[in-house]
Write a protein that binds this ligand. Sequence first.
Ligand SMILES: *Cc1c(COP(=O)(O)O)cnc(C)c1O
Length: 457
Amino acid sequence: MRTIIEPFKIKSVEPINFNTKEERVELLKEAYFNPFLLRSDDVLIDLLTDSGTSAMSSNQWAGIMRGDESYAGSPSFFRFKAAVQDITGLPDVIPTHQGRASEKILFSIMGGKGKYFVANTLFDTTRANIEFSGAEGVDLICEEGKHPSIPAPFKGNMDVVALKKFIVEKGAENIPLVIITITNNSGGGQPVSMENIRAVRKVCSEYCIPLFIDACRFAENSWFIKMREAGYANVPVKEIAREIFSYSDGCTMSAKKDAFANIGGFLAMRDPELALKCRNLLVITEGFPTYGGLAGRDLEAIAIGLEEVLEESYLQYRIRSIEYLTDKLIDAGVPVMQPAGGHAVYLDAKAFLPHIPLDQYPGQALVGALYIEGGVRGVEIGSLMFGKYDEAHQLIPAQLELVRLAIPRRVYTQSHIDYVAEVIIEVFNNRNDITGLKIIEESPLLRHFTAKLAPIS
Ligand SMILES: *Cc1c(COP(=O)(O)O)cnc(C)c1O
């Protein structure tokens, strides 16, 4: 088979600023060993997130110019709404400024003390919004999803047996919503199978609990279903996406992911009463219902992006580029989550740095080493992000200690990715020199964004 090439040409470029390893040592110190506190100008290859970092197409930029900025009833809103409905089939479409704004609205209405939101794995902002409402978020990931090094086709699946057990234990009346995150971002960008979504739907119907999709990477998940699930090889990805949403009662979406937009999101649902409540909140927090938290031009960019993201040449290139980096690392013996996820490569920091105890944040230590070695910025998805404290202020570690290298959509070429592999392998060969970190300052919610750390000397 020939090389799968980037299915686009580059019309506009941005320079990368080069700096030296010595400079990066100082820069990381100034950023308190938290790459979120670095200036992006000081980063060579920025794999912090695939969120809002996509390169928009010439068509999307044309849409930006066409965007109509009327306060109410803009044609851009109707194009946006039609694009969302075409894929999801959900009648009520509510634009928001990004995914977490959708979450904030939804959980302010559905959440509250004593309630449980059950998911395959909740993303960090989703969990934070649930907890902020007083409710509790519960992850019921399938067994395969708990073992980063063991390959399985659908490691994002929910444990349906555990779901049923949980509902019986806590009572369906205390569970306002079941959520399936596709792909499972915090669990390694791993896909969820159609069979699993159908099974979860069945349980939800049995207990009259609505099912929402956290749909940020619905197109990538649909492509995995096409590639890996029996009976879908010849089904167009758009049809697969439609089938996924057909089992749902609603969705939250960040258009900064699988819609190639730099900002935006939406909330969509079937229940008109819930939609009314959401719009009432939207008006006081985001904006009028036909623009939400967005400009008309953003609505245009999202509408076009939602079409482009389902082009199969794009999805083939997209998923292959993640697999390409993963394969290079596997060949070099670097411990990575297997198989490759949809939007990112996940290093298994526990296996990478077995000499660093979990309460010294091996994932964060690895993130720092990658930056110093090659100016590559990734993010820890482990105990800094998800860790809690017990009564004695001892860390209750996260299930996994991962470092996520998220690949922005349509931004980096194969040589950039080759360089990233070289940097990781160099760090791996010198891994015994890496030391642990301690937290010197943190905030109570989403602490990984702003935490200050220091090396353990
Ligand atoms: C990014 C993301 C969100 C939140 O979206 P924002 O646009 O960043 O607010 C929610 N869920 C998942 C799975 C995500 O990846």
